[in-house]
Design a protein around this ligand. Structure first.
Ligand code: ZN
Ligand code: ZN
Length: 493
């Protein structure tokens, strides 16, 4: 291929990838069932037994067959060694069954070892025709364990808005029923509230639960502009932490023999491919709020923690911040990302209340709208918190010196005596106050106090002393209430 043709081919590949979001690469199948079906098998059943080894948590099946355009139609059914697990007729070619969730048509539950049977009901094949089929079966598919969709909902790199902490009927979330009684609130109600709020992603984080995953797997195709991130609030006797990115069971019984301390739990969470965020760490503990304060003993190894919920939705009348705990971690040299979470327990609360769905909103810069990309954005600190829950406010912070440019969440080396050029970009914050802070509490002058325009960049220069520091940008309203809180640019960390 000539270089010119190669470039055209490459350009076409790029435009194709842009137009149709490519699915994440699936793992290799452990079982492949292949064969042919002929005209004299019309209306018969083809039983295909296969072995599932012990210790499998999820089974994922992909069905392919030829001659659909010639009216070959195979219905799919699957049974485990004990019971029927579902049939999708001919309408689903990809389905997954796990301990917590299954594609609609199929039953979630234990995945027993032994002989399972995939059955094709030959709904139609023409006389004289021979069609080929293949069923690819994967055990513990990473893709289906960590996401409810096999492709990004959107492929542009931009800021995405979400709520990372909410409760439903699968723990203690309630809402008014048709007749006005308070009832355990269905996941649909929370998802609908988030969609109405214009959010791009949510994590339903019921207490220690994975049961919500089954509803989310059903709802994700319907909510095709609202990404569901697998989540739960790991609720221990000495603190709460959200686990994002896994549907698998996590033993939360810290102090029991299998989980001797919080670090054993955190390592297990990491092995599931998830990330942990410490919730409402500065909460009162004791009998005022049992287990709410973060006080595990021994303390957690902060290398295992990706984020801290610095702004919790609170009680409806005001936010509950955890600045003290966050500040201590930064002073100790860790860089956990500051995030927010409504901790919503009432999906029908109006948006004026703190703790309603999307109050606060966590805004993440990500390469696409997928679970992997949003979690990467959180890990790298490219995040600000919008306490107003707006749909359009943006806060960006950059610092530059001879070593390069850093955005919020990034680390920059800054030599003693070197001038740091800092810029804050704020969208839709006119008449608000902008604040630049060193190490959480020392103001850095910017020359601009009140933002005069809805798209404004404010700059400053600060001379480095070569030591470890962090710089944060905040936007306040005219009463001094915090509207937007950015993550730091870290110097010499
Ligand atoms: Zn909690
Ligand atoms: Zn909660």
């Amino acid at each position: 291929m000539s270089r010119f043709k190669f470039l055209i081919a490459l350009a076409l590949l790029h435009s194709f990838a842009g137009a149709f979001a490519a699915p994440a690469t699936p793992d290799q199948p452990q079982v492949v069932l292949k064969g042919t079906v002929s005209g004299d098998q019309n209306h018969k059943f083809i039983m295909l037994p296969f072995t599932v080894p012990a210790g499998v948590h999820r089974l994922t099946v992909d069905i392919h067959y030829t001659d659909r355009e010639k009216q070959t139609v195979l219905n799919t059914e699957i049974s485990d060694p004990i019971r029927f697990r579902g049939t999708s007729g001919s309408n689903k070619n990809h389905f997954t069954i796990s301990e917590s969730d299954a594609t609609p048509s199929f039953l979630p539950g234990a995945i027993p070892a032994g002989t399972w049977t995939l059955t094709f009901g030959v709904s139609n094949i023409r006389q004289g025709m021979t069609s080929s089929y293949e069923a690819d079966i994967r055990f513990d598919s990473r893709m289906d364990d960590s996401s409810f969709t096999d492709r990004p909902l959107e492929t542009s790199d931009r800021w995405y808005r979400g709520d990372l902490h909410m409760h439903t009927a699968h723990s203690d979330g309630t809402c008014a029923s048709q007749s006005g009684r308070m009832v355990p609130c269905p996941v649909f109600s929370t998802a609908e509230a988030a969609a109405k709020r214009g959010l791009d992603f949510i994590a339903v984080t019921d207490h220690n639960a994975t049961a919500q995953s089954n509803s989310l797997r059903e709802l994700q195709p319907y909510f095709d502009r609202l990404l569901f991130i697998p989540g739960r609030e790991v609720t221990t006797m000495a603190g709460h932490t959200n686990l994002f990115g896994s549907t698998r069971y996590l033993d939360y019984r810290v102090g029991d023999s299998a989980v001797p301390d919080i670090n054993a739990l955190a390592r297990q969470a990491q092995s599931l491919g998830g990330i942990l965020s410490i919730n409402h760490a500065d909460s009162p503990g004791g009998e005022i709020c049992r287990g709410c304060r973060w006080e595990p003993d021994p303390p957690v190894d902060m290398h295992l923690i990706a984020a801290i919920e610095v702004i919790n939705g609170g009680d409806g009348e005001g936010y509950f911040p955890s600045f003290n705990f966050w500040q201590k971690q930064l002073e100790a040299g860790y860089r956990p990302t500051a995030i927010g979470g409504s901790d919503n327990h009432r999906s029908d609360w109006p948006m004026q209340k703190t703790g309603s769905v999307g109050s606060p909103t966590t805004v993440v810069y990500a390469s696409e709208l997928s679970v992997a990309a949003i979690l990467d954005g959180i890990r790298s600190g490219h995040v600000f918190i919008d306490l107003t829950g707006s749909t359009d406010r943006i806060l960006e912070l950059h610092a530059a010196d001879s070593n390069g440019t850093a955005a919020m969440g990034d680390v920059l080396a800054a030599k003693d005596g070197e001038d740091l050029r800092i810029s804050i970009h704020a969208l839709h914050c006119s008449a608000d106050r902008v604040r630049l802070l060193l190490d959480g509490n020392i103001p850095i002058a910017t020359g601009t106090e009140i933002l005069g325009s809805s798209d404004q960049t404010v700059t400053s220069v600060w001379k480095s002393d070569g030591k470890r520091h962090w710089i944060v940008a905040e936007i306040e309203d005219q009463t001094g209430a915090l509207d937007l809180l950015g993550n730091p640019v870290y110097l010499n960390f």
